[in-house]
Design a protein around this ligand. Structure first.
Ligand SMILES: CC(C)(COP(=O)(O)OP(=O)(O)OC[C@H]1O[C@@H](n2cnc3c(N)ncnc32)[C@H](O)[C@@H]1OP(=O)(O)O)[C@@H](O)C(=O)NCCC(=O)NCCS
Length: 219
């Protein structure tokens, strides 16, 4: 039976494994990055190490099979990442602690160009201060786990008085888009991107979805 519970530090390795196993549109990160620990340190460590009280996991037979990593204050997160995550990451890159090959360089260059040419999607974080990442191990998809994790997180942050929540995905993450639309998330920003052309041989759409919570009750 699936159990949804808050993240515990002992889940870290398993959560990182699922993150790396699902990073490429539900498939393994090694499609675009040689070293999965670089990906996890850059994109997951904040949530597990610095905001674990907004991280949820789905467990079956004592094994974590999916997670939702949440953040309720995206503006504050940016500051914390600059201060506590980036310096360590840059130091480890400079010391050669990660395997960085052709794929990572290609991906990094694409990210850099997307930032320069403003191809990234974004949310108005005053309106949608929270965000999250949701991933389920491939053999456990379509069992209602993503839906359950999302429900518990939205319930948690609604009770905390959070005004709105957003997430970033792509048109390629079809199941994810269907799930978010089912929860009445709306697309609040979208842009065509060539970031994945090297791998998919076509452009796709970056999407940012938003959902307002705690709307004032009508009188
Ligand atoms: C997207 C993801 C998190 C959904 O989790 P899940 O546990 O498989 O989804 P659920 O079983 O809870 O399904 C909930 C709803 O999502 C939609 N959905 C799920 N899988 C779908 C699929 N393969 N195709 C279309 N819609 C799908 C449906 O609306 C579904 O409701 P329904 O069962 O009543 O039709 C999961 O498929 C996943 O991890 N995918 C790969 C990584 C990814 O894309 N993560 C999101 C990044 S933003």
């Amino acid at each position: 039976m699936i159990k949804i519970r808050l993240y515990q530090p002992s889940d870290r390795q398993r959560v990182f494994k699922i993150a790396a196993d699902t990073a490429f549109f539900g498939d393994e990160v090694e499609h675009f990055m040689e070293d999965r620990s670089l990906f996890c340190d850059a994109f997951c460590a904040y949530y597990t190490d610095l905001e674990p009280h907004h991280a949820w996991v789905a467990e079956e037979d004592s094994t974590v099979v999916g997670y939702l990593l949440g953040c309720v204050d995206t503006a504050q997160q940016h500051k914390v990442i600059r201060k506590h995550i980036l310096p360590g990451l840059i130091k480890r890159i400079a010391m050669g602690k990660y395997q960085i090959g052709r794929l990572t360089l290609h991906y990094g260059y694409g990210l850099f160009m997307a930032a320069i040419y403003q191809k990234n999607v974004s949310a108005d974080i005053a309106r949608y201060p929270a965000h999250f990442h949701l991933n389920i191990a491939s053999v456990n998809r379509h069992r209602g786990i993503g839906k359950s994790l999302l429900e518990v997180f939205l319930d948690q942050i609604s009770h905390e008085g959070v005004k709105g929540v957003h997430l970033k995905t792509t048109s390629e993450n079809k199941a994810a888009c269907a799930l978010y639309e089912k929860f009445h998330f709306n697309i609040i920003d979208k842009k065509t991107t060539s970031l994945w052309r090297y791998w998919l041989h076509r452009d796709i759409e970056n999407r940012c979805y938003g959902l307002m919570l705690n709307l004032p009750k009508e009188l």
